[in-house]
Design a binder for this molecule. Structure first.
Ligand SMILES: *[C@@H]1O[C@H](CO)[C@@H](O)[C@H](O)[C@H]1NC(C)=O
Ligand SMILES: *[C@@H]1O[C@H](CO)[C@@H](O)[C@H](O)[C@H]1NC(C)=O
Ligand SMILES: *[C@@H]1O[C@H](CO)[C@@H](O)[C@H](O)[C@H]1NC(C)=O
Ligand SMILES: *[C@@H]1O[C@H](CO)[C@@H](O)[C@H](O)[C@H]1NC(C)=O
Ligand SMILES: *[C@@H]1O[C@H](CO)[C@@H](O)[C@H](O)[C@H]1NC(C)=O
Ligand SMILES: *[C@@H]1O[C@H](CO)[C@@H](O)[C@H](O)[C@H]1NC(C)=O
Ligand SMILES: *[C@@H]1O[C@H](CO)[C@@H](O)[C@H](O)[C@H]1NC(C)=O
Length: 736
């Protein structure tokens, strides 16, 4: 019910404007956001020129106006970065050192359309690139646009009661550009970062990741929305439907190729940075021949395309899921295309609510984690990425873009699974992760993973590995173990596998594990200060993104809502700067090593190097972390090797109903065998009898002769010989 009221709150204002309470619902109260004032600014007249603090860029699509933003007190400038200065210890002191604090101006173009609005007849269709900005020019790119339809209730966030600051709308194919330089006279070209947000292909938006600080370090940053859930991935399992979200991303990448030079970016130096679902998408673009040439490097953060839970591998399942959604929405027809057309007529709220786990009844999810995910359709993906990557080394499959690959994860990525469960957060502050909760999660996991055999044994194996045995009733440790379980199942095992396979298939591969714990910095600080980073979250699912996007350097008005009152510390800023340094090195040179170190070895198929990123108070800014090998190899082998083996073993562990069935089957088999043996014996007996009768006369003759001959031998054997003729042993006769 909460879900429903939220949707009305968020969707209706879009239709009727913000003129007070609507239909009895109170007007939402939220702080005014400079970047998304929710209708608080008066629209300015069309065709007005750029004002002071604005900037205009000429594109073949039309003129576009963006905003100038001043960032203060940064330890770098766009063209001069301390991480790229020669090591002073080597005696080559920089003649022109970077001042410790600098003011940098960046230019933000928010809400730039890159494809036609996927509404009405363009709904559930391939995206169409735009040829001209809508309206009479210049196009005002001053505010974030609406985000793609999604169940905002399932966003993994600590603040479940905080209203979502953005409106949702199907007209959501927009990108944002952040650049340090737009002057046409400058010949400086910056490497380009195209960022695809995460959210398991179900939630999230580019608006959550303001790219100003990242741009100030000398990148042109593009963050793009793509369609989510059913809107992005509904498929009939054929070659012409589904994967719209992936196609949206490709249109955004082509947009970057065509127009980014006007924003000071180098179209030859594009890096895709994907987080979570975005990382899965980046891996799909590497595998898709259609995306070849659109990027030069890939950074996959907290996600991997080889994950069972991120791709629907069976077209029949995608088809079934679409029909299931149709049935829920009252679209019942024998012909799938009629069902499709019927879903096409349903409102976006109806579709989002149908897929919400909170709706009652919810559509059961048979396999994978969600109903709508990227699908193996034969065009975008010719087979499951795991199969493709496994077959590249033998020439059985193609890897169109074997580009340098930087992959990594947060040590506690699985926190996301807990945060996604609103009922946990609403009543108990995410503490009530009990052992029963863990067990039901594992059972559901085993079912959805299509572990068709030995499901009970698999549940026990997983449960046993992730039970805190010293005190199985300790809630803190249950939650800690549960986070380990979800992290290993959804992140560690596929990411480590992906790093291995990419290094095997010719990509120069690097891997990091982020152990930077924001709560540690806040030890001993106020309660208010710690509420964003409770200790149990550790290095949370988005913690590496806070570092990458430079949240600790960001002015309050640019930060997403929930971070506006966070105090950041110098250690946070150092960690953020260091994290950004190695990403900057990778984006510009395909190698994440800081210029004067060279300590971080590439991941090898037989030497699984990675960097443990763990900045601590006062540590050196010249080392990205400890170099280690074989991250969590025992857990990885458990998920990737042991469990699949266990599935194929016959054991005696069966659920009770199966035991009964099996007993029946076994007794049935025994009876059949006994009957068959009796039958064979009877046949043999009958045949022998027939044979005896037929050969009776011959035998009597032979026996007589035999008897006579035998009598010529010793008389002591006579008694034995007397009994001989009655014996039916045929072979003895023939041997004579
Ligand atoms: C940014 O800084 C420049 C000069 O440092 C100044 O002219 C301009 O007004 C500032 N803009 C904003 C939005 O503060
Ligand atoms: C940066 O801007 C701030 C506030 O606008 C100002 O106080 C400071 O002096 C400036 N610093 C530099 C190095 O220009
Ligand atoms: C799809 O549904 C049909 C009919 O319900 C079922 O027989 C089939 O196994 C399902 N396929 C998959 C891959 O789930
Ligand atoms: C599940 O596994 C069975 C047996 O291995 C297979 O036939 C079926 O297609 C699988 N279903 C899905 C959705 O992967
Ligand atoms: C993170 O730091 C806090 C505070 O020091 C600590 O309580 C917590 O255990 C740490 N989390 C992890 C996962 O190490
Ligand atoms: C991080 O580094 C500190 C100091 O080197 C060490 O005590 C701590 O155990 C490390 N944490 C992790 C998770 O590696
Ligand atoms: C941050 O890094 C600087 C060197 O760049 C160092 O002097 C300072 O002590 C570091 N601060 C913390 C809190 O680690």
């Amino acid at each position: 019910m909460r879900g429903a009221s939220y949707f009305v709150l968020l969707a209706l204002p879009a239709l009727f404007g913000f003129a007070g309470g609507i239909n009895g619902y109170p007007e939402p109260t939220r702080a005014i956001d400079l970047w998304n004032p929710f209708g608080t600014t008066t629209p300015r007249p069309k065709g007005s020129p750029a004002r002071e603090n604005e900037v205009i860029v000429r594109l073949p699509l039309g003129d576009i106006i963006g905003k100038k933003v001043n960032l203060t007190n940064l330890p770098w400038t766009a063209n001069h970065d301390p991480s790229q200065v020669t090591n002073p210890e080597w005696g080559q002191a920089d003649p022109n050192p970077v001042p410790p604090l600098n003011n940098v101006t960046v230019y933000a173009f928010l809400g730039v359309p890159y494809a036609m609005a996927p509404v009405s007849s363009r709904r559930f269709r391939d995206p169409q690139p735009i040829t001209q900005f809508p309206g009479e020019g210049p196009y005002l790119a001053l505010e974030f646009k609406k985000v793609c339809p999604q169940d905002i209730e399932t966003r993994p966030t600590l603040f479940i009661n905080q209203p979502y600051p953005y409106q949702v709308d199907e007209d959501c194919l927009y990108l944002n550009v952040f650049t340090p330089d737009v002057s046409r006279s400058s010949d400086h070209k910056y490497p380009v970062i195209v960022f695809f947000h995460g959210g398991n292909f179900q939630t999230g938006s580019s608006n959550d990741w303001p790219g100003h600080v990242l741009a100030s370090r000398g990148h042109v940053v593009v963050t793009a929305n793509y369609r989510l859930g059913a809107f992005g991935f509904m498929s009939l399992g054929d070659t012409s439907t589904g994967n719209y979200g992936i196609k949206d991303q490709r249109v955004a990448l082509s947009w970057v190729q065509q127009y980014i030079a006007a924003f000071g970016g180098d179209p030859q130096a594009v890096t895709i940075i994907g987080h979570d679902a975005g990382a899965v998408s980046a891996g799909i673009h590497m595998l898709s021949p259609l995306s070849k040439g659109l990027f030069r490097q890939v950074v996959a953060m907290s996600g991997a395309e080889v994950s069972y839970h991120s791709i629907i591998g069976k077209p029949a399942l995608a088809y079934n899921n679409t029909l299931r959604l149709g049935r829920y929405l009252g679209c019942v027809d024998i012909e799938a295309h009629r069902v499709w057309d019927c879903i096409q007529q349903r409102s976006s709220d109806d579709i989002v609510l149908a897929l919400s786990p909170a709706s009652n009844p919810a559509i059961p999810i048979e396999f994978n984690r969600y109903l709508f995910l990227p699908t193996v359709d034969g065009v975008e993906l010719t087979a499951h990425p795991l199969w493709l990557l496994n077959n590249v080394p033998t020439g059985g499959a193609n890897l169109p873009s074997a580009v340098p690959y930087l992959t990594g994860m947060n040590a506690e990525d699985g926190v996301e699974v807990i945060l996604e469960d609103r009922t946990l957060g609403e009543f108990t502050d995410f503490l009530q992760v009990t052992h029963e909760y863990q067990r039901s999660f594992i059972i559901e996991y085993a079912f959805r993973h299509n572990y068709t055999m030995n499901r009970e044994a698999i549940v026990e194996a997983i449960d046993s590995l992730y039970t805190f045995w010293p005190d199985p009733a300790d809630v803190w440790n249950i939650r800690k173990k549960f986070i380990e379980l979800t992290t290993d199942a959804y992140y560690t095992s596929p990411i480590v596998l992906s790093a291995h396979l990419h290094s095997l298939t010719g990509s120069r591969t690097f891997m990091y594990v982020n152990n930077y714990n924001f709560s540690k910095t806040r030890d001993g600080s106020t309660q208010e200060d710690r509420k964003n980073f409770p200790g149990w979250m550790g290095a949370c699912h988005e913690c590496d993104l806070y570092l990458l996007f430079g949240f600790p350097f960001m002015p309050k008005e640019l930060l997403p809502q929930q971070f506006k009152d966070v105090s950041w510390y110098e250690t946070d800023r150092n960690a953020s700067q260091l994290f950004g340094s190695f990403v900057k090195a990778f984006v510009s040179t395909s190698d994440p090593n800081l210029p004067y170190t060279g300590q971080w070895p590439a991941h090898q198929p037989r030497e699984h190097w990675y960097v443990d990123f763990n900045y601590t108070f006062g540590a050196s800014m010249e080392s990205v972390g400890e170099i280690k090998r074989d991250y969590k190899y025992e857990e990885v082998a458990f998920w990737n090797n042991y469990l699949p083996l266990l599935v194929n073993y016959m054991t005696t562990t069966f659920p009770p109903w199966e035991v009964r069935e099996r007993r029946e089957v076994v007794s049935f088999k025994v009876i059949i065998v006994v009957l068959a043996v009796c039958l064979i014996l009877a046949i043999v007996a009958a045949l022998s009898f027939g044979y005896c009768v037929c050969t009776w006369k011959d035998r009597q003759k032979i026996d007589r002769r035999h008897f006579d001959r035998m009598q010529e031998y010793s008389s002591t054997q006579r008694i034995e010989m007397h009994s001989y003729p009655t014996s039916p042993r045929v072979e003895k006769h023939t041997s004579l």
